[in-house]
Design a protein around this ligand. Sequence first.
Ligand code: AMP
Ligand code: GLY
Length: 424
Amino acid sequence: MKVLIVGSGGREHALAWKIAQSPKVEKIYCAPGNAGIAEYAQCVDIRAMEFDRLASFAREQGVDLTVVGMDDPLVGGIVDVFEAQGLRVFGPRKNAAILEGSKAFSKDLMKKYNIPTAAYENFDDPAAAVEYLETKAEFPIVLKADGLALGKGVLICNTLEEAKAGVKSIMEDKQFGSAGNRMVIEEFMTGREVSVLSFVDGKTIKPMTSAQDHKRAGDGDTGLNTGGMGTFSPSPFYTKEVEEFCQKYIFQPTVDAMAKEGRPFKGIIFFGLMLTEKGPRVLEYNARFGDPEAQVVLPRMRNDIVEVFEACIDGTLDQIDLDFEDNAAVCVVLASDGYPVKYEKGFEIRGLENFRGRDGYYVFHAGSAFKDGKIVTGGGRVLGVTAKGENLKAARANAYQAVDWISFENKYYRKDIGKAIDEA
Ligand code: AMP
Ligand code: GLY
């Protein structure tokens, strides 16, 4: 098979690595890809939002399967464009990707189908939002821009003043662009966060092993929200009991609800969960693999992922048994100092060769580029260094050891990825 991957980050590198192991696959393309992905795939200079160019490329090259890694093209309807041209593609159609594309939609869906989540109200009008905050809100409270905002459209506000300023920045100043045309105001929840990624074929859902992200830039969960500074898998807080609850009251009901609404979901549903005192609640849905969750989940997966993708497309996922190794993985993101605000790039990355031939150690490129025959930093998040171990503690020690194999001028990383494990 010839496979095309759409995207350019660490998640797509992990996907390319995993897809390359399938005995069915003879050639991988990635659009646009990056310097690390180039090891497994021929990188093609087409942007992820250029649907017609991507589809033409897939037809011309005889691509058998396209896998879309990123949220923007899915929410924008890339799957519909490919399907209309008779191309096989893995991911939700536009009318199902709205599960991630509109937080107001997903909250209304959960309310309608009794899926546990935070209490909320949706607003189209900033004055109505402010009135609600002045008369009904309890603090802290959470404001969410409705649309895609690079994972940054969520504000946790401790006071009425902060919340009013938040409404202004989301709905009036449009800090997140048109994502802020609508807004969700929701109850603040406390507890452990867990990410569960799952394969879905429209009716059947098969959850993968759990993971946990670290979204803040600084140690001890301080500083600004980022795309994710590191992950570990599995989460020790996601017990068998929690898993059973989620399967019964969250996972299957979400898939059934989408089907009932005439929006059958095929692809990946990523459940962002909060394990509250009153039980698991949905924080958010995503319609794709997490980044950097994929970097710890995929190395632990035993299945041929191409077979699973095909089962999702064909509606035969009930015949697949997902199989994960009984170990753990930790991913530490190496970023450019100053991320997520202001940072320099273009510095040579040294030490990548240390990962060659070392089983259980991986370096996934998030933002890298070729310059004068060398690999240089090319983004805020640069690399995801992942290591496996027999348990989380061992995986963490291995990952931090491997972090030292890499050097570049403004290398920055969190020192406490997976520290929560110590409390489990
Ligand atoms: P989201 O993009 O919806 O996952 O939100 C980003 C982050 O904001 C989450 O990972 C949580 O840490 C936090 N968050 C979102 N919603 C809530 C909530 N209702 N209560 C507490 N924290 C929240
Ligand atoms: N790591 C969080 C996300 O992919 O949205």
